[in-house]
Design a protein around this ligand. Structure first.
Ligand code: 1HN
Length: 351
C-alpha cells in the first residue's frame, strides 16, 4: 500500500534534508540489502576459444610480454564491464607468452592460479623454483611470492589466470612489488616441491613454506586425469557432478589457496546431470571432449555448447546442469573456501 501524499512528501523532505549529512534511510533499501535469495549482479557467460584466440594472437603482435608485464585478455563478466572481474570476487584472464619472451618478476598479495590451456614448454618460476607448463596442469602462485614466466617453447603458450583480485580490492589489501631482475635466479631444482609434498609424504620436520597456501606449485594433469579415469571405471558416478575431485593443500586437506578452491571433473559419455546451485560463483575451463551446460537465473536460461579451451562462468545461485554425449573434462575454480571460512556457504542439489 502506498503512503498517503502528505506522508510521502514528509519522507521525501526528510531524505533530502539529511542527505548532506550522508544519512540514508535503511527502510528504503532493506529488502535489497538482505534479499530472500542471493541476488548476484553477475550474469552467466561463455567465451568460445575459437573466437578469443585470434584476439590473443593479435595481442601478441601488438605488444611484447615484457612491455605488457602480463599480456592478458581479461574475461570480464558482461554485467561488470570495466571492473576486471568475472564474478564479484574473482578475476579471470587468458595470458599469452611467445617463444623467447619473459614476463618479468614481481610479487603481490593477490593469489594466482594458472590453468594451462594451449601449448607446451613455457615455464613459471615461484620463489626460485621453475615449473614447466603442460596443457591441463594446474599451477599456483602463492600470495607475496616472486614469480616470472618465460618460454622456451616452439609456439604460443596460453593459460587461464585465476586471481582473487576483486576480493582483495574489496578489503583494500592489494600490494605489489617489482623484482630487481627480469627473471629471478633458479635456486631449487624443478620438481623439488612436488617431490616433497606431492606423493602423500611430507618433510619430517614439517614447515609451511607458503603459509596458508599449498607447498605444491604444480598439480600435473596426467595425475588428475588418471584419478578421474580410475573413478569413472570403478566408482559410482555422482548424478550432479559426474566424477569430480577437488585439489587439496596436502598440509591441511583444505583448498590449495585460502581464497580459491579448484576442481577437476569428468562427465562420462552419455552423462545427463541433475541441476544444482551454490553461493560460490565458479569459472570453468573445458579441458577435453564436448558437452553442454544450462545456466538459469531469474527466468533467463542459457545453453552453452562446450568444446576444449572454452571458458564459462556460473555466478552465485544460478542453477546449472551439465551434459555430455561423448565425455568431457572440466577444470573449475571458485571462491568457496572464503564462503566456508565465513560459515555462509550454501548449496542446493536439485532433482
Ligand atoms: C599477474 O601478476 C599475473 O603473474 C597475471 O601472470 C594476471 C592480473 C592482475 C594483476 C596481476 C601473472 C594478473 C596479475
Amino acid at each position: 500500500m502506498n503512503a498517503p501524499l502528505n506522508t510521502t512528501a514528509l519522507r521525501e523532505q526528510l531524505y533530502k534534508d539529511m542527505s548532506p549529512l550522508n544519512l540514508t534511510p535503511l527502510w528504503e533499501v532493506l529488502h535489497a540489502l538482505v534479499p530472500p535469495q542471493p541476488a548476484s549482479p553477475c550474469v552467466a557467460a561463455l567465451w568460445k576459444y575459437e573466437q578469443v584466440r585470434p584476439f590473443l594472437m593479435r595481442s601478441g603482435e601488438a605488444i611484447t610480454a615484457e612491455e605488457a608485464v602480463r599480456r592478458v585478455l581479461i574475461l570480464e563478466n558482461p554485467a561488470l564491464r570495466g571492473q576486471s572481474a568475472i564474478t564479484q570476487s574473482l578475476y579471470a584472464g587468458l595470458q599469452l607468452i611467445l617463444p623467447g619472451e619473459v614476463a618479468p618478476s614481481h610479487r603481490h598479495t593477490q593469489s594466482a592460479l594458472r590453468f594451462i590451456v594451449e601449448g607446451h614448454g613455457a615455464y613459471t618460476s615461484v620463489d626460485g623454483e621453475r615449473t614447466t607448463m603442460h596443457p591441463g596442469d594446474f599451477i599456483i602462485t602463492p600470495s607475496w611470492t616472486w614469480h616470472d614466466h618465460g618460454s622456451e617453447a616452439q609456439g604460443p603458450v596460453v593459460w587461464l589466470d585465476g586471481l582473487d583480485i576483486p576480493m582483495l580490492r574489496f578489503f583494500d589489501a592489494g600490494f605489489a612489488e617489482n623484482g630487481d631482475a627480469k627473471s629471478q635466479p633458479v635456486s631449487r631444482a624443478e620438481g623439488a616441491s612436488f617431490a616433497r609434498y606431492g606423493h602423500n609424504m611430507a618433510p619430517v620436520r614439517h614447515d609451511a613454506p607458503f603459509g596458508a597456501t599449498s607447498p605444491i606449485f604444480s598439480y600435473p594433469y596426467a595425475r588428475s586425469r588418471e584419478a578421474l579415469d580410475t573413478l569413472e571405471r570403478d566408482a559410482p558416478i555422482d548424478a550432479w557432478d559426474g566424477v569430480k575431485l577437488r585439489y587439496v593443500n596436502p598440509q591441511n586437506g583444505g583448498s590449495p589457496m585460502p581464497t580459491m578452491a579448484t576442481f577437476m571433473q569428468k562427465l562420462p559419455a552419455g552423462f545427463v546431470g541433475k541441476a544444482w546451485r551454490q553461493t560460490d560463483g565458479a569459472v570453468y575451463s573445458v579441458v577435453e571432449g564436448q558437452g553442454e551446460v544450462d545456466i538459469e537465473h531469474a527466468g533467463v536460461r542459457h545453453t552453452f555448447p562446450l568444446t576444449p579451451r572454452d571458458h564459462f562462468v556460473v555466478p552465485s545461485w544460478h542453477t546449472a546442469r551439465l551434459r555430455s554425449t561423448s565425455g568431457c573434462v572440466l577444470f573449475s575454480y571458485s571462491d568457496r573456501p572464503v564462503h566456508q571460512a565465513l560459515g555462509i556457504h550454501k548449496e542446493e542439489r536439485l532433482s
